[in-house]
Design a protein around this ligand. Structure first.
Ligand SMILES: [Zn+2]
Length: 431
């Protein structure tokens, strides 16, 4: 009898996960109540490592501040799992921490439970004859917030870049991994769902300093150089550029002024325009940013002012590996039906999973089972079947598929073309 017949094998894994649902629920609730911000996930880390002991698993390797890995098996295929540890600042959330108002309004607490349970259950029930490794990377600081604190960590030499996964990339943590699986809440939905192949935008944070010359605004404006006018001319130039943005690239340029001048009686000598340039297409992100820089320099120059531009790379766009998602698809359909699959959504949001997807075949499937507004003060899990059981069962079926037939992994790795080298990534971040 073929014990690897898909429906039977799905059912078997689902039964094992259902027997574990109560424990996953307890873990999810415990993590929900101890939210911590990026690079401060000390209690969260301790909890997850204590849960790992339930499966007889332990810490494999430390990464930077609070990041760590847990590993099972040996040799290839080597599947990397990614779970995010951090919470957001949401002051009115019922579970918000007293000190810095951290709350799990992005569902990252569920990711840790899903990935650890998938790893532990697979280890418990795996066919010992099958070769392969699974490494769970629990990573700090996905949310791009609290940057002053992160700057301090950087000055102290504790981190190199501001996000957890970017630091892991710099450490070459995924060097031996063939492909990467991750999962993220979809927020609230009307029915049980699983999302495949969604894309996230990349962004560059920019700060433009316009420099002019101060002079009496009423008596001697002819002796000054107006940096506010230079900023306004630049904003107009950017507005004129907008008609050249292509819809398919999903470009957003959202800016604000954080300095408009020095005093009302003086010609402004220094103004600041700052914000994000976003696009779902890594090439257009780069090109449009360059055009904005050119427009800024020339607009300033047209008025005898100058523009000093600070560009800080944020996250790169998430481009999911469709071949991995094709391995997920039949199992996802078995769990939520064809009508429950949401495919190829495009988002203006960004995440550092995007950076990983430029280096390795990567996916981030979405799961339902939460209610309230994502990033809002009413966000919580509403169905453990959808938010824990389904994602874990999906991961287990996929591990089993890939370990039974490693040629699927070879096909994925051979087909994948990295979009950036580690050297270029370092150059991008001026390292
Ligand atoms: Zn998130």
């Amino acid at each position: 009898m073929n014990t690897h017949e898909p429906t039977q094998h799905n059912r078997l894994w689902l039964q094992r996960v259902l027997a574990f649902e109560q424990t996953m629920n307890t873990w999810g609730n415990e993590l929900f109540k101890i939210p911590e911000l990026g690079f401060k996930e000390i209690k969260t880390r301790e909890k997850i490592l204590s849960y790992a002991k339930t499966f007889g698993l332990k810490l494999h390797q430390d990464f930077g501040v609070n990041g760590f890995s847990i590993q099972i098996g040996e040799g290839h295929p080597h599947i990397g799992l990614v779970a995010e540890l951090d919470a957001l600042v949401v002051p009115n959330h019922p579970t918000a921490s007293i000190d810095d108002h951290a709350a799990h309004s992005c569902g990252h607490h569920l990711q840790s439970v899903i990935m650890l349970s998938a790893l532990g259950l697979y280890n418990q029930y795996r066919d010992p004859k099958l070769k392969g490794t699974i490494t769970l990377f629990c990573v700090a600081a996905e949310e791009y917030i609290n940057l002053d604190y992160r700057k301090t960590l950087r000055d102290e030499g504790k981190i190199t870049l501001y996000s957890g996964k970017q630091n892991l990339l710099i450490e070459n943590a995924f060097k031996d991994v063939d492909l990467i699986l991750s999962a993220h809440t979809m927020g609230s939905t009307d029915q049980p769902m699983i999302e495949l192949n969604s894309r996230l935008s990349g962004f560059i944070y920019k700060k433009i300093h316009f420099k002019g010359l101060s002079s009496h605004a009423a008596v001697a404006p002819h002796l000054g150089i107006n940096a506010l006018n230079a900023m306004n001319l630049t904003q107009n130039a950017i507005a004129f550029l907008r008609e050249s943005f292509e819809e398919k690239d999903m470009v957003r340029v959202h800016l604000m002024s954080s300095l408009g001048g020095q005093s009302v009686n003086t010609v402004p000598s220094h103004t600041i325009l700052e914000g994000y340039v976003r696009s779902i297409n890594p090439d257009s992100l780069k090109q449009i940013n360059e055009r904005i820089n050119t427009a800024s320099h020339h607009s300033a120059l047209a008025l005898a002012a100058s523009a000093d531009i600070e560009d800080t790379p944020g996250y790169l766009p998430l481009i999911q590996d469709e071949l991995i998602n094709e391995v997920l698809r039949p199992h996802a359909e078995a769990l939520v039906g064809k009508q429950g699959i949401l495919d190829h959504q495009l988002s203006f949001a960004s995440g550092d999973i995007g950076d990983l997807s430029m280096f390795k075949p990567t996916i981030q499937f979405g799961f339902s089972g939460c209610s309230g507004r994502i990033h809002g003060d009413d966000f919580k899990m509403s169905s453990s079947q959808e938010a824990l059981v389904n994602p874990v069962a999906l991961c287990l079926s996929v591990f089993d598929d890939l370990f039974h037939d490693p040629s699927k992994v070879t096909k994925i790795t051979q087909h994948f073309k990295p979009k950036i080298t580690l050297d270029d990534f370092k150059k991008l971040h001026k390292l």
